[in-house]
Design a protein around this ligand. Sequence first.
Ligand code: PMP
Length: 287
Amino acid sequence: QWIYLNGEYVTKEEATVSVYDHGFLYGDGIFEGIRIYNGNIFKCKEHLDRLYDSAKSIMLNIPLTYSEMEQALVETIRRNGLKDGYIRLVVSRGPGDLGLDPRRSPKASVIIIVEQLSIYPEEAYIHGLKTVSVSTRRNVPDALNPKIKSLNYLNNILVKIQANLAGVGEAIMLNSQGYVAEGSSDNIFIVKRGTVFTPPCYCGALEGITRAAIIEICQKIGYTVKEEPFTLHDVYVADEVFFTGTAAEVIAVREVDARIIGEGKAGPITTRLLQEFRNIVEVDGVK
Ligand code: PMP
């Protein structure tokens, strides 16, 4: 396995960063999780747009141009010989001193890891996941805007811990006003009487690339899709609930806080959206 580390390709053992790296000391940095399907980087432009926007917002200077970054992704995949897999692209503030000041970290660290992906078994997509809501709240737009895909993932880790304690794979996070925001690392959708709903990003959802792809698919195949705030009540009484994310794709939910959703398995709209999604991933991407 070859890892891109600041312009060089090194082995997993050699791929280390300084203990003074502010990504490590302060979670000061940003990242992307990207899929490779059939040798294509899926939604490469969307992921790089989000990365460069996150960087601009936190005044982090990425030492590679957009096309150099794309080249680095392509080359890392080529060296690893993977046709299908997952890319983790991390840009941290880089090594500095023990103080917070980013001016003391003049050189950002850039890391690209490509790996095989193991997520939910195929049967989970048919039977759906069991999930719970948790008490951890999503930060709503402020300095740490959820639109910035930063290395500050403590909120999400706390959600994951609560999910683990409940024995479920993903959990639902609300924002401080009690509206549904998203999962620990997935966006959430519900379906009611044929209409598809997802929380607007101002409710505390990341602008997920899979979320955007699903909204686009809905519009293309004629499902009404609305970005509207909703509560846990709306989730409990929904006909279908599903999560979307780069790793999870489109995964049905069969139970939320011990309420059975619909028929207690992947519903027809969720199933269709997963099918349509899997049809586009094979062809839509950067070679
Ligand atoms: N929300 C959070 C908090 C995430 O970390 C992710 C995964 N990147 C998502 C949603 C899903 O976004 P995407 O479809 O871009 O992977």
